[in-house]
Design a protein around this ligand. Structure first.
Ligand SMILES: Nc1ncnc2c1ncn2[C@@H]1O[C@H](COP(=O)(O)OP(=O)(O)OP(=O)(O)O)[C@@H](O)[C@H]1O
Ligand SMILES: [Mg+2]
Length: 404
């Protein structure tokens, strides 16, 4: 027989009924409990509560609960004191237990009165009555520390948000990869065209050189071949330039070299440079109907590129009819318009043609990559301006560029 058994049998023998030390048992109950007077003074506290709140029994007994556990002064949203006091008052008034919603009630860190530790609690307040069950003697304040649960829920939410974000990035990436694949296949196809044409021209010339006397070949014939090759070379250069621009735009490296520019002068310059191309196509060059004086901060090379694309489009798709340029100085903006009288663009394509590789009709295939307007839009956007089209199929299109 060991001493412990002797001890407990001694208790049983003495009282004749199971004897227990209520205080010792209460203090060792595994869940946190605090006993308050109806005036909210702490009269008893168990070890679990002391442990959970990092407090010491002798420091808190006899003190008001709100004095011991004030709101975290560093958390302006703290409502712990108000919620707890409301719940305790409710128990006193209704004489019924009250379970509180999850509370964020940070507790002071032991030994560091200025620091608070984040805690979430699920509190339950229960009345203790006298024998007649009429008067409330005490309030039991029971709390469950659910900080880990709450934080792990927050953690799960954060993980879920991260997963969503990753999914979005993945979609964007696979779209970018698809775009790139499309870009390569279209670009290489388009690049091959001028190369094959050039190859044919060179072959033809070589064959005629092999067949006949060199003297018999006219300068005119050679000139023609050379011009043909030059045309294809230009086409290649412009395709490669477009591809370079696309890669600059997608990598965010479209840099502007801004200068004070007279837009009117720039328009005249571009039109003059394009005259040979119009003559070759037997189309009269664009006429400048109005060009109001305008000094602007622009990247002249980039704006020239936009003008060139709009004017070559007007040439390509304008069916040889007149092309009219205007530069209007409106109240709050400078508005450039390039009007043709060609095939026009159907309504639902009018926005789409500004996207990459979008061509309004099958007939525009082989004429270009469908990148000119996309690049133009990016350039105008980078200048803080706008570009759009108004068009009626069969009657023609007017492209507008505005700078405010
Ligand atoms: N003035 C216009 N009239 C009718 N359709 C036009 C006109 N300008 C552009 N489009 C349509 O919009 C499409 C896109 O034009 P965009 O300049 O982007 O490409 P592209 O001229 O086909 O090729 P790129 O400019 O890359 O050499 C054209 O293929 C054409 O279908
Ligand atoms: Mg174009």
């Amino acid at each position: 027989m060991n001493t412990e058994n002797t001890h407990s049998s001694h208790h049983r023998l003495k009282k004749g009924a199971p004897v227990y030390d209520a205080k010792a048992i209460f203090e060792s109950t595994p869940a946190p409990y605090l006993i308050l007077t109806p005036e909210f003074i702490i009269t008893a506290v168990n070890d679990a509560y002391l442990h959970a709140t990092a407090t010491k029994r002798e420091e808190i007994l006899g003190r008001g609960i709100f004095e011991v556990f004030p709101d975290n002064p560093h958390d302006p949203k703290a409502t712990g004191v108000k919620n707890l006091s409301m719940s305790l008052k409710k128990v006193l008034a209704t004489k019924k237990p009250d379970r509180m919603a999850t509370q964020k009630y940070d507790i002071p860190v032991a030994g560091q009165p200025e620091s608070f530790e984040v805690r979430y609690w699920s509190p339950l307040n229960v009345p203790v009555f006298d024998e007649a069950r009429s008067k409330i003697l005490y309030l039991i304040h029971h709390v469950e520390d659910i900080t880990e649960k709450v934080l792990s829920k927050k953690h799960t939410d954060a993980i879920e948000a991260e997963i969503e974000e990753r999914k979005a990035i993945e979609t964007a990436l696979s779209e970018a990869v698809r775009d790139r694949e499309m870009f390569f296949s279209i670009a290489s196809h388009e690049l091959k065209n001028p190369l094959s044409v050039m190859n044919l021209q060179v072959q033809k010339q070589l064959r005629s050189l092999e067949r006949s006397n060199v003297e018999k070949i006219s300068i005119e014939e050679i000139k023609q071949t050379m011009e043909g090759i030059q045309k294809q070379t230009r086409k290649l250069v412009s395709l490669v330039d477009e591809m370079l621009d696309i890669s600059r735009i997608t990598s965010g490296k479209l840099e502007l070299n801004l200068k004070d520019v007279n837009l009117c002068d720039l328009i005249v310059e571009v039109v003059n440079r394009l005259i040979p191309q119009f003559e070759e196509a037997k189309v009269s060059p664009p006429s400048i109907e109005l060009c109001q004086e305008s000094k602007l901060l622009l990247d002249p090379i980039r704006i020239e590129q936009v003008l060139t694309n709009l004017l070559t489009n007007a040439l390509r798709y304008g069916e040889g009819k007149p092309i009219i340029i205007r530069l209007d100085s409106l109240e709050s903006e400078l508005r450039l318009s390039i009007k043709d009288h060609g095939m026009g663009i159907v309504k639902d394509m009018q926005d789409k043609i500004f996207n990459r590789f979008e061509r309004a009709t099958e007939t525009s295939k082989g004429k270009g990559l469908g990148l000119g307007l996309y690049i133009s839009k990016e350039i105008i956007k980078a200048h803080g301006g706008q570009i759009w089209v108004e068009s009626e199929p069969g009657k023609g299109s007017t492209f507008y560029v505005s700078f405010s």
